[in-house]
Design a protein around this ligand. Sequence first.
Ligand code: PGA
Length: 238
Amino acid sequence: MEIIKVNDYNEMSQKAFSFFKEQLKKNPASVLGLATGSTPLGLYGLLIKELKGRQDLSFKTVNLDEYIGLGKDDEQSYYNFMFKNLFSELSLPSANWHVPEGRGRNNLSRFIKLLQDIGQRDIQLLGIGANGHIGFVEPSHKFPEQEAMIINLTQQTIQDNSRFFEDDMTKVPTQAITMGVPQILNAKKIIILASGENKAEAVKKAIQGPVTPQCPASILQEHSNVTWIIDELAGSKL
Ligand code: PGA
């Protein structure tokens, strides 16, 4: 496990960007696993700066998760998040980027098929929840073994994410579709970003604690190519 400590959010984003830039230089047709949330926004801004206007983009992406019940047109869907914050600015063909569907029949089996079809990810980007979740694999008594699944969100995640739903917890969807642990670990390289004091406890448990489903990110200790990029506040308990 590689741990890169940086001063702040901007430096974290720059550092993450350097890995993605290098990967796309090495293989412009890379498969990238992407994430949503406040954490990757800086990285996406840098990718837009780098790639905007390029007509030759050929990489493919797949996102970790989506809220159940939200569709492409919902302001808070992760599809819309990715469109607004990255893909609307790039000339990447729409067939090249994917977000699991939060609505529709058989959305779980369609997501599993998509993951099989798109192939092994060269890089999987992750954030970490204040409760240690990765994707929407929430803390529980057992690591889920499915490639992908529909799960119930924990109260903490609902509370954390209510900031995107007018601070109204009742407006936050209660379920999500997410890549499971085996899929997340199947990526060739994992880059996990953490910024801010509210992540410090989860970061400490994930890196220095035992591997436990109570802190899903701790499973990354078992992957052979993980890079943590952690700012000063998120790393303050290490
Ligand atoms: P955040 O979420 O980037 O909005 O803090 C991270 C996560 O929950 O995985």
